[in-house]
Design a protein around this ligand. Sequence first.
Ligand code: IPE
Ligand code: IPE
Ligand code: MG
Length: 245
Amino acid sequence: MSSNEEKNIPMPEHIAIIMDGNGRWATKRGLPRTAGHSAGMNALENIVRFCSDSGVKYLTVYAFSTENWKRSKAEVNGIFKIMVLYIKKEIDELDRKNVRMCPVGAWNDIPGAAAKSMQYAVDRTKDNDGLVFNIALNYGGRREIADAFRKIAEEYRAAGKELRPEDIDEDLISKHMYAPDDPDPDLIIRTGGEKRISNFLLWQCAYSEFVYSDVLWPDFGPEQLMDCVKEFNGRHRRFGGLDKK
Ligand code: IPE
Ligand code: IPE
Ligand code: MG
């Protein structure tokens, strides 16, 4: 698809994606599940490039959930190995494109080599002011909210202050999320046919638009993304108010 063709289509400011369907993609081809995760990484490369080129400001992708540890050791290790390869292969181009990589989640708990390569990517791109590329890694929405409350309690204790009920409001909680400066996602896409949130961005999705695609993540490209964006552009967001006459 030429970007010319799509030039006049407005893009959401913040797109979030639940990249689901890698395992089924591989199984359908008689391949091991990790082959699906490799193919999924190729799909991610294209989507990041496309979002960066088409003026999306924030892209958040769900790469590994706090529940994904339930999978076999071989699959979990495979996913993190593929992540290290992705960073190695893509970091120069991401940096050149002015992309800032921001892991979100309890990502310090991931295997050492993967955490180290993610830290390298963060340091290398921290001054970039193009696309903000959030990678949800060992991410859970409930964990994020619990972590936010813990951070608040720690700050009060460190300041020798008592945390009173009236100190707690939505703004305080928002400020202690993993990416407090980002706007909430406008559009959340889930590929792979399931229609559920699976513990993704529970706090931030309050007024996001959800678009589901049956396409398995490794087959999801710019064309499918633009189909989702067109569906989003046809929605009427009211945020609890009323449509303007
Ligand atoms: C999503 O694909 C990637 C991760 C959860 C890491 P899946 O691995 O969940 O693929 P399916 O849902 O089994 O097809
Ligand atoms: C959600 O997919 C997590 C990621 C895409 C990283 P899952 O495949 O883990 O979700 P469930 O198990 O189908 O809800
Ligand atoms: Mg899945």
